[in-house]
Design a protein around this ligand. Structure first.
Ligand code: GTP
Ligand code: SPV
Ligand code: MN
Length: 612
């Protein structure tokens, strides 16, 4: 490290930070080390470096660049993401672990000399708003200018924040190397490893570039934060935060957890509402109320199906000059194309497989799409016209409702309000979803995904769920909890609800939170009354919502729900769970059984409950 850079590091008055950087230099052996402060010059340097190394390429539109990940590095690598632990532990959900000494030895051997001939970037960020009780600090070391640039778009600057640490080692530390590059992408993906050291708050990541694997600040910091939160009594969740806009300028803040590629961004972007964040939130109790902040300040969003008609605000941001990165889309003559953009896509160009032409197949004979299903855009939130004015408020926003959403084609109703906080925690813990392109491996496999957090929980599941039940204590205002499902299908496999309907479910919940609507009490929770939805459909969509449609969407499929409970009993049979959870599961099953006995039917129309 030269004098100037060392000086920048020393100015932080943090010996621990100096030590970890020096250790990383010794291990990775970079040709050059650059420390990035919050200054404009330093930040511009990173942006330009990403172009100079070829990790990003300029597009026609000013500020736009494209980045490609390896053909085999297009989603999170769950199999090679492991906790460094001393012995095999039982976390209930099946934890991916490697014995610490062995894991460190392996990853050190991959990191050894990984930055030879390359430049090491050292960056400081804040997870959460600047100067806020919510926020954590993070140090990222990487040899990827794309990673360092992405984090600049997605997180708040933290060099000055680090000074506030007063020398403490209370920060997260991420060491990443993209490893050997071929044509600008990680070449040794078979040696891709992401190892998490919860004791040291450190994560090592090597031989990858896809943001979910490489960016320390995103899902890697999230795992560390979940662990920290349990010990300190707050919640780190896979949640969006949004302002829901009711009548007469009323704004009510919601958070919502949906598994990857299951609706966080699309919910936070519902027309007429305001967005605070779309992926990771920290929730803390302050003065008896739940408050939350967005950990991030940008969106790493799925680009598929983003088009002028369905997502006008994101589409506008993606098609006007500004700093943004497209990843794994198709490029032709300096213009980006992706599936579902509702524009003609060229028959050839450059994409995540290199030179692409229509009909191209990979070496396994699979047809290659023009853009990857998990291709994304990296954009600052303030590029969106619907950003909420409190998006950067260090005090966060008060949360009145929490939504849990799964991807379920044949059981769960579009929206139900939990009967109690405990019932809501239970509904969150039994979310199921089908796997998507956001992770490597088979798609469409139905999996239990509690709180949409299965991939990220870094404590025993018992501890994690207990923390949710316990979170209620001391609250003067307990948020209402909703379970939603946007993915119900009819017998022909067609979606029963359009994306535009999501607005109605959310606005109904907003009304409920503010005491406006009565609801129908069913064994699985409170559902909207037909009349209220009908009024909302006319007011918001100018659409005649028929009784038949309502009935189809809100039919209570007792048999299927009971089967689901049976499956949950099996899943949790061998997992130690808090008593509150076991009680909820039992009570839920009993309510369903009683209802079936009472009506003598497996499927019940929501109208039948009105007659009770
Ligand atoms: P991550 O960024 O991976 O955490 O995902 P996310 O939860 O933010 O997912 P997002 O909102 O981007 O949605 C992912 C995909 O689901 C998109 O391709 C959407 O088109 C689709 N989707 C979202 N909402 C709906 C919906 O209401 N109905 C249907 N059919 N598809 C939806
Ligand atoms: C997710 O998979 O939940 C994402 C994308 O938000 S990534 O950051 O790659 O994990
Ligand atoms: Mn996510």
């Amino acid at each position: 490290m030269d004098k100037i850079n060392l000086q920048k590091l020393k100015k932080l008055n943090n010996q621990y930070a100096v030590n970890v950087v020096e250790e990383a230099i010794q291990l990775c052996k970079p040709a050059k080390v650059t420390v990035i402060t919050d200054s404009k010059e330093d930040i511009t340097y990173v942006r330009e470096l990403a172009l100079a190394t070829g990790e990003e390429k300029k597009l026609k539109m000013e500020g736009h660049t494209v980045h490609f990940d390896s053909y085999y590095d297009q989603g999170r690598d769950k199999a090679n993401t492991k906790y460094l632990l001393y012995k095999d532990v039982d976390w209930g959900l099946g934890v991916n672990y490697i014995e610490k000494e062995k894991g460190l030895k392996e990853i050190y051997s991959f990191l050894d000399g990984s930055m030879r001939g390359k430049e090491m970037i050292v960056r400081f960020f804040s997870l959460g708003p600047i100067n806020s009780v919510f926020s954590l600090k993070a140090l990222q070391i990487t040899d990827s200018a794309y990673v360092a640039h992405s984090e600049d778009i997605l997180y708040r600057l933290g060099y000055e924040e680090f000074k506030r640490l007063n020398g403490s080692n209370e920060f997260f530390f991420f060491l990443h190397s993209a490893g050997r590059l071929e044509n600008g992408v990680s070449a040794d993906v078979d040696k891709r490893r992401i190892y998490i050291d919860l004791e040291e708050n450190k994560v090592y990541s090597v031989n990858n570039q896809y943001a979910g694997n490489s960016l320390g600040l995103k899902k890697l910091a999230f795992r560390l934060a979940i662990n920290k939160a349990q010990n300190e009594g707050w919640l780190a969740e896979h949640m969006f935060i949004m302002g829901v806009h009711g009548p007469e300028n009323r704004v009510t803040y919601f958070t919502g957890a949906f598994p990857s590629a299951c609706g966080k961004t699309s919910t936070a972007m519902i027309p007429g509402q305001t967005i605070i964040g779309d992926d990771i939130a920290y929730l803390i109790k302050i003065d008896g109320k739940v408050r939350a902040v967005n950990v991030e300040s940008g969106i790493f969003g799925i680009i598929r199906d983003v088009n002028e008609e369905d997502d006008p605000l994101i589409y506008h941001a993606l098609t006007t000059p500004r700093e943004l990165i497209f990843s794994n889309v198709l490029i032709k003559e300096g213009k980006p194309y992706w599936m579902g953009m509702k524009k003609e896509i060229p028959d050839n160009g450059i994409n995540f497989s290199g030179e692409w032409y229509k009909g191209k197949k990979d070496k396994d004979g699979n047809k290659i799409d023009p853009s990857h299903k998990n291709s994304r855009f990296t954009l600052r939130l303030n590029a969106l016209k619907n950003i909420d004015p409190k998006a950067d408020d260090p005090a966060g926003v008060p949360i009145k409702a929490i939504i849990y959403g799964g991807r379920d084609s044949d059981i769960t109703v579009p929206i139900a309000e939990s009967l109690t906080w405990e019932h809501g925690v239970f509904l969150g813990a039994i979310i199921e979803s089908e796997t998507t392109a956001a992770t490597i491996g088979a798609q469409g496999v139905r999996k239990h995904n509690p709180m949409a957090n299965l991939d990220f929980v870094s404590v025993p599941f018992m501890t994690y769920i207990k923390n949710h039940f316990r979170f209620k204590s001391g609250l003067k205002e307990v948020p209402k909890i909703y379970a939603v499902n946007y993915f119900l299908k009819d017998e022909n496999g067609n979606y029963l609800t359009g994306k535009i309907y999501n607005k109605l479910w959310i606005l109904w919940a907003e009304g409920r939170v503010n005491g406006e609507y009565k609801a129908i009490e069913t064994p699985i929770g409170r559902i909207p009354k037909y009349e209220d939805l009908k009024t909302l459909f006319i007011r918001e969509l100018n659409k005649d919502y028929t009784k038949a449609e309502y009935q189809k969407q809100f039919f209570l499929k007792l048999k299927k729900y009971l089967e689901k409970m049976e499956m949950m009993s099996k899943i949790f049979e061998n997992i130690e769970m808090p008593a509150a959870f076991t009680e909820e599961l039992k009570a839920q099953t009993e309510r369903l059984r009683e209802t079936r006995a009472k009506f003598g039917e497996d499927i019940i129309s929501p109208f039948q409950f009105l007659d009770i």
